[in-house]
Every structure is written in C-alpha cells, then in structure tokens.
Design a protein around this ligand. Structure first.
Ligand code: IPE
Ligand code: MG
Length: 232
C-alpha cells in the first residue's frame, strides 16, 4: 500500500490525511477480496524501515491501526475474514499489539479470506528471524542442520501458512519490492498500479486481477507446459 503521503501532498494536506483516506481503501479491498472468494490477502501496512519516519507519523499510524481494528471487527466477522499478523510484532506499541491479538482471537474460527497484516515487517528480517529460531532449536537438540531445506525453513517463517502469493500488487507506480515477502515471492506475478493507495478501490483491484488473468505462468518451464507440474 503505497502513495498515501503523495496523495495528501497533492491535495495540499498533511501526510496523515492520506493515511486516513488509505484506511477506506483497506476496508474496500478487504471486503471485495472476501466477496470474490480469495483465500489469502497480505497487506504490507508497516515495514521495519518505516520506524525511521518522524515519530509523530509513526504514532499516528499506530493509532490509526488500532482504530481500524476496533471498527473493522464487525465487517471482518460478517465477511468471514480471519486476521493474522506477520512481522517483528514485539516492536509494536503494547496497546496496538493487544488490539491485534484480540482481533486475531475473535476472528480465528472464520472460514473465509485470511487477511494478513504485515507490521514491522521486512522480508530479510523474516528470513534472519527464521534462521535464528532454527539455530535455537539446533542448540536445544530439537533440530539438526542436515534438516535444512526449503520446506523446513518455511516452517520457521512468521506464519508458515502464508501461501506463496499468486499476485503482488504495488500501488503508486513504484517498481520495486521494498523488502516484501522475499521468501514467498519467487514465482509471484508483479503488477504495478499507477493509482495511489487512497484511490485504490474496487475498480483498480479488478484492473489488477484482469491483468493477472491474462498472464501465462511458467514457473521456469517452457511455453504451454502444465504449470501445475512445477510443484511436483
Ligand atoms: C504508504 O504510503 C503507507 C504506509 C507506509 C503506512 P506512504 O506513506 O509511503 O506514501 P508516500 O510514498 O510517501 O506517498
Ligand atoms: Mg511510500
């Protein structure tokens, strides 16, 4: 979700104005993904790098997240959405983390879309944290280095159930990954929308899905080969 600040600046407003408008896009996109029957949606809400923003903006974003969670609970329940969080969650303010845990608990039995919020998240941090935890298990005699393969490492990621994304959408025109889901994105399709996040609503989402639907995914195989063979 990118472009909140620019969206606000273009309108002669402070950056936080863009974050407030961005919350409406979160509501719209989450509800639409649930309605369309998607299994998983991960929103990159706050990166490990974002802590270096001015403290007032960081505080505002954390407050906004708490307010979103409190207000969204009803809609999440109505739409069968299960909330999970990934990232260095212990770095979040206590009150924010408490609200996240509460929402995770309340939505844990929902059967529809799994909404993952990436918070204090970095793809490299995720891999480093996984390796550290694996090392701890080795030290404690619960694991052995010879076990390391892709599937074992995946089990140490923040949420091992995070599927490899079919599609990564970046808003506001930027053509970079910015440390998002580095482990999981090996074969993800990438789509860049010129639309800033506060304007990214159903229409822009549908445009991304239409673009994705026209692609041929080859997973390193030759054209026309059955892509499902890639996982065999
Ligand atoms: C994304 O918008 C929102 C968060 C990181 C929470 P930005 O705040 O990065 O907006 P720009 O990139 O400055 O326009
Ligand atoms: Mg940005």
């Amino acid at each position: 979700m990118d472009g909140n600040g620019r969206w606000a600046t273009e309108r002669g407003k402070p950056r936080v104005f863009g974050h407030v408008a961005g919350v409406q896009s979160v509501r719209a996109v989450v509800t639409e993904c649930a309605r369309l029957g998607l299994g998983s949606l991960t929103l990159y809400a706050f990166s490990v790098e974002n802590w270096k923003r001015p403290p007032a903006e960081v505080r505002y974003l954390m407050r906004l997240l708490r307010a979103y969670l409190r207000r969204a609970l009803k809609t999440l329940m109505e739409n069968g959405v299960r909330l999970r969080c990934i990232g260095r969650l212990h770095d979040l303010p206590e009150k924010t983390l408490a609200e996240l845990r509460r929402t995770e608990a309340k939505t844990q039995h929902n059967q529809g879309l799994v909404l993952r919020l990436a918070l204090s998240y970095g793809g490299r941090s995720e891999i480093a944290d996984a390796v550290r935890r694996f090392g701890e298990d080795v030290q404690a005699g619960r694991a052995h280095p010879s076990e390391v393969d892709e599937e074992t490492l995946r089990r140490y990621l923040y949420d091992p159930e995070t599927p490899d994304p079919d599609l990564i959408i970046r808003t506001a025109g930027e053509m970079r990954m910015s440390n998002f889901l580095l482990w999981q994105l090996s074969y993800s399709e990438f789509y860049v929308s010129p639309v800033g996040w506060p304007d990214f609503r159903e229409e822009a989402l549908h445009a991304a899905f239409h673009d994705y639907a026209a692609r041929e995914r080859r997973y390193g195989l030759v054209p026309g080969a059955d892509a499902s063979a890639a996982s065999e």
